[in-house]
Design a protein around this ligand. Structure first.
Ligand code: 5GP
Length: 190
């Protein structure tokens, strides 16, 4: 089994991808570590610096761009930047571990292009836009305007699905977790 592989999980926001990633990490069956991204958005709820994200100021984020610190970064929402730090990926892969990335669809496509066969890109697809609306509302962490903004974006993001190595439809969480688990294990066994 080769170590230091890249597992890319992308999806429209609210598709349950973070839940799937957390479940797999908690089980601990797969040797992979979560790549903590940098962002200039403020923390939500219980989120902590250095756990969920590295929360940077606008200035710090742009400084990191200027210093070529990112494998990739995207302006996922207007003025809201998210990026995968080179230091974060190498921190994990240099130790011989695999890395799992929770990144937006454009970032996912870019990272796959960058790493080729060393990476698997998995697209988590919500069964419908309506189910997405319910999930985002139920999560209770976003204001109604933010939810509408995310839904409009989700429709656009869904069009990226064919560019991924595989698609997992999240109509039933346990099934989606099992499918994602199987795809990652098969890829790591290659
Ligand atoms: P949220 O604000 O809900 O935590 O994340 C918004 C979106 O940004 C999600 O789709 C998430 O996957 C994406 N994202 C998080 N980190 C990164 C990153 O490092 N790069 C890119 N391109 N997207 C990211």
């Amino acid at each position: 089994m080769t170590k230091g592989k890249i597992i890319i999980i992308s999806a429209p926001s609210g598709s349950g991808k973070s839940t799937i990633i957390s479940a797999l990490l908690e089980r601990g069956e797969i040797d992979m570590q979560f790549s903590i991204s940098a962002t200039n958005r403020p923390p939500r709820g219980e989120e902590q610096h250095g756990v969920n994200y590295y929360f940077l100021s606008d200035e710090e984020f742009h400084h990191a761009i200027d210093n070529d610190a990112f494998v990739e970064f995207e302006e996922v929402y207007p003025g809201r930047f998210y990026g995968t730090l080179k230091s974060e990926v190498s921190r994990i892969t240099d130790d011989g571990h695999n890395v799992i990335l929770d990144i937006d669809v454009k970032g996912g496509v870019n990272v796959k292009k960058l790493y080729g066969e060393k990476a698997i890109s998995i697209f988590i697809q919500p069964p419908s836009i309506e189910s997405l609306r319910q999930r985002l509302t139920g999560r209770g962490t976003d204001a109604p305007e933010a939810i509408e903004q995310r839904l409009a974006k989700a429709e656009y993001e869904l069009s990226f699905a064919p560019e991924f190595d595989c698609i997992v439809v999240n109509d039933e969480l346990e099934k989606a977790i099992a499918e994602t688990d199987a795809k990652i294990k098969a890829f790591l066994a290659e």
